[in-house]
Design a protein around this ligand. Structure first.
Ligand code: AMP
Ligand code: ZN
Length: 136
């Protein structure tokens, strides 16, 4: 299952070079060419799914298991101090490549604020209204 003109499908097919950290039947893990920090990597399913909405549940579970495995290995080898998992869905959420991927971002003391957002201050009634919207 591949999509023409998808850069990650081309990487998986070996048509575009990549720095591969790990590979199994379902996934390939490569270094990001525009890394936020040293060792920033991407988990790519070998089949093309646009985003997490489209990814089958069992593959989502397997992607998270692989993220945990990679996080442990990378933390050990890179000697990083923490780790972010980032996964963007949709242009508005910052997705630029529309082939599902999970970012593995090693974090180091003093690497700066690379994923900062501004916290809102909603009142309790607004949170309650949101809770009802989602759950009812
Ligand atoms: P996102 O913004 O979540 O869609 O992330 C896409 C990521 O893919 C970015 O961090 C890019 O730096 C990365 N990227 C784009 N092209 C390549 C490539 N050929 N090899 C490795 N990473 C890439
Ligand atoms: Zn693809």
């Amino acid at each position: 299952m591949r999509e023409n003109n998808c850069i990650f499908c081309k990487i998986i097919a070996g048509e575009i070079p990549s720095h591969t950290l790990y590979e199994n039947e379902q996934f390939k893990v490569i270094l990001d060419v525009g890394p936020a920090t040293r060792g920033h990597a991407l988990i790519l399913p070998k089949d093309h799914y646009r985003n997490l909405y489209e990814l089958p549940e069992d593959m989502a579970a397997d992607a998270m298991k692989l993220a945990k495995k990679m996080m442990r290995i990378m933390t050990d080898k890179l000697n990083c101090d923490g780790f972010n998992l980032v996964q963007n869905n949709g242009e508005v959420a910052g997705q630029t490549v529309f082939h599902f991927h999970m970012h593995l971002i090693p974090r180091y003391k003093e690497d700066g604020e690379i994923l900062k957002y501004i916290a809102g201050h909603p009142e309790g009634k607004e949170l309650e209204e949101i809770r009802r919207t989602i759950t009812e």
